[in-house]
Design a protein around this ligand. Structure first.
Ligand SMILES: NC(=O)c1ccc[n+]([C@@H]2O[C@H](COP(=O)([O-])OP(=O)(O)OC[C@H]3O[C@@H](n4cnc5c(N)ncnc54)[C@H](OP(=O)(O)O)[C@@H]3O)[C@@H](O)[C@H]2O)c1
Length: 325
């Protein structure tokens, strides 16, 4: 790491540590008006819902009356969610397994959901990982790229095209990260198949930036059909993901990291209150809409929302025959 990179990291942590931790959440919370969440009659799909933020979103949405499909990879953890819901007296959660690192499995999952005829009112694209190790999937892609971005694109587009994302006020909430603030949109940095060129933190940041751009693309493309889209980031919450991927970061900040409930708060508030926002690339954090470009340098890119979507479409098509999607 050179001095320039060290300076950037120091500036990032100096600027955001108080804001992104429980300190910022608690301070802002003092000024928030109370609101009531009533999601009865709504069908929710929450991805990555067996742990961390996704689990809290699923539990809170079900508690407020939603029928929630909690999707994750491992059935044992999903069973744990069901047990936790039962212990809390929360009903209305059903579980569904999908490995979002594989196009074939994401396509299978969405096909089955569409075929079930069960409408989706709220889709929370929450699943996401920061992998330190380079993992190449059986389909030949870098795993975190598919989990963090490609699968979100696939299931969202398919649910919209089939009319399954419907109901009176259909909504998609995309879970990004403050890490995305550090980089511009770059399609060339999304799928790093060469292990020698892989840096997990950088890859994660590029995926999270692309999510912000994709969210605005969807707002522009589908907003006139009445579908709502928000992209939010949760701050820094003490979850299994942080424990696994950022042990040193966690050790230093453990005492002030948010709990997962606080990280999940804005997703539930967005779904309950449906605030309006200007039509430009913006990000929600702690119930407020904020710039997507904290650093002006991240605005400079040769990519566009259209080139991002073309990249994702091309990539899906390249495997769709073989993968059966
Ligand atoms: N925690 C934070 O401070 C923080 C900060 C910024 C952004 N975020 C974002 O918030 C989201 C949730 O983060 P988290 O910290 O709550 O994560 P987490 O604790 O690691 O939980 C991840 C969830 O995703 C599921 N999952 C992982 N890989 C999967 C795969 N291939 N297919 C299907 N499900 C998979 C996991 O289930 P299985 O174990 O069954 O795979 C689990 O339910 C992510 O998008 C993350 O980038 C979090």
């Amino acid at each position: 790491m050179n001095l320039q990179q060290l300076k950037k990291i120091a500036a990032f942590y100096t600027r955001f540590t108080l804001s992104f931790t429980q300190v910022g959440y608690r301070a802002r919370q003092l000024t928030w008006p109370a609101y009531k969440a009533d999601f009865s009659g709504q069908n929710w799909v929450v991805t990555g819902a067996s742990a961390g933020l996704g689990k809290h979103i699923a539990l809170a949405a079900a508690k407020a009356g939603a029928r929630v499909t909690a999707v994750a990879r491992r059935s044992a953890k999903l069973d744990g969610l069901v047990r936790e819901a039962a212990a809390l007296g929360i009903t209305g959660i059903e579980t569904s397994e999908c490995d979002f690192s594989l196009q074939a499995d994401a396509a299978r999952w969405v096909r089955e959901r569409i075929a079930s005829g069960q409408r989706v009112d709220v889709l929370v694209n929450n699943v996401g990982v920061l992998n330190d190790d380079h993992l190449l999937t059986a389909e030949g892609r870098e795993a975190s790229y598919v989990i963090n971005l490609l699968s979100h694109y696939l299931i969202t587009e398919e649910l919209i095209r089939a009319g399954t994302l419907g109901g009176p006020k259909p909504l998609v909430i995309n879970m990004t990260s403050g890490g995305g603030y550090n980089v511009p949109l770059s399609t060339g940095m999304l799928n790093t198949t060469n292990p020698a060129k892989f840096n997990g933190t950088a890859a994660y940041a590029f995926h999270k930036r692309a999510q912000m751009v994709l969210n605005q693309y969807w707002r522009d493309t589908y907003g006139s059909r009445g579908i709502g889209f928000y992209v939010m980031h949760p701050g820094w919450a003490d979850t299994d993901g942080v424990k696994r991927s950022m042990p040193r970061f966690r050790k230093i900040l453990q005492l002030i990291l948010r709990d997962a409930e606080s990280g999940a708060d804005t997703a539930l508030w967005l779904a309950a209150t449906r605030p309006s926002q200007p039509e430009q690339e913006l990000v929600w954090f702690d119930r407020k809409v904020r710039t997507a470009h904290v650093y002006p340098r991240t605005q400079a890119t040769k990519d566009t929302p259209q080139s991002l979507v073309a990249f994702l479409e091309r990539d899906l098509t390249s495997l769709s025959g073989a993968a059966g999607s």
